[in-house]
Design a protein around this ligand. Structure first.
Ligand SMILES: O=C[C@H](O)COP(=O)(O)O
Length: 246
């Protein structure tokens, strides 16, 4: 179901003390921000702490990754059921840092998406092109490959139970955001690929800040944001959530 959604991806940042301070600053004013869903994705070791701190708030808990197997001899990995047991609602799959730094293929990502659905989680499929791919004109083909790998595995109903996040790799952590028009063009392309799953929420991510969020979220096919750096600073994340308020 399409509705506004803003997810903070803390990446490999935080500490017990910093997490507590961030949420103490963020949650009271965020309670007054209506008309959207908000989630935060801390690193695995902090899921239980952050889940406890979120109790009584409307902010959902998410994880940044999972393994496609439920359990077993996969040292260092985490299964979907474990995330569900810790109170996660969302899990990111196929973030570009997972794809580029940890070698995740479209097929691996599709398996993870399916495993998350099976456990009752909402998978957030991250897709996006590199700068070289944008320059050589293959943006649409790259995104189509990433989306179709998941569609083939879980079908339209499966993908509609999740969320897609378009994150151009060249805009992640660089301070260089896609213009609202560039982002909208790719979001429209993604929605066209979805067929019957056209109501799947599609978020934009990549250097979203308080000063560019409103223009991005105003685009017809942008349903919110996946926020990295700015989600670590309460005032910035709050301003971005306010910009998504409908
Ligand atoms: O998951 C979040 C994205 O990678 C965006 O990160 P950023 O907002 O720091 O550019």
């Amino acid at each position: 179901m399409r509705g506004k959604l803003v997810i903070g991806n803390w990446k490999m940042n935080g500490s017990l003390d910093a997490n507590r301070r961030l949420l103490q600053e963020l949650l009271p004013p965020l309670a007054a921000v209506k008309g959207l869903e908000v989630a935060v994705c801390p690193p695995f070791p902090y899921l239980a702490q952050v889940g406890a701190l979120l109790e009584g708030s409307s902010v959902a808990l998410g994880a940044q990754n999972l393994h496609s197997a439920g359990q077993g001899a996969f040292t260092g990995e985490v299964g979907a059921g474990m995330l569900e047991e810790l109170g996660c609602r969302y899990v990111l799959v196929g973030h570009s840092e997972r794809r580029s730094l940890f070698g995740e293929s479209d097929e691996t990502v599709a398996e993870k998406f399916e495993a998350a659905l099976r456990a009752g989680l909402v998978p957030v499929l991250c897709v996006g092109e590199t700068l070289a791919q944008r320059r050589d004109g293959s943006t649409e083909a790259v995104i189509a490959g990433q989306v179709r790998a998941v569609l083939q595995r879980v079908g339209g109903a499966g993908i509609a139970a999740g969320v897609i996040a378009y994150e151009p790799v060249w805009a992640i952590g660089t301070g260089e955001t896609a213009s609202p028009e560039q982002a909208q063009a790719v979001h429209r392309h993604i929605r066209a690929l979805l067929g019957e799953a056209t109501a799947t929420p599609i978020l934009y991510g990549g250097s979203v800040k308080p000063d560019n969020a409103a223009a991005l979220f105003a685009q017809p096919d942008i349903d919110g944001g996946l926020i990295g750096g700015a989600s670590l600073e309460a005032a910035s994340f709050l301003a971005i959530c306010r910009a998504a308020q409908s």
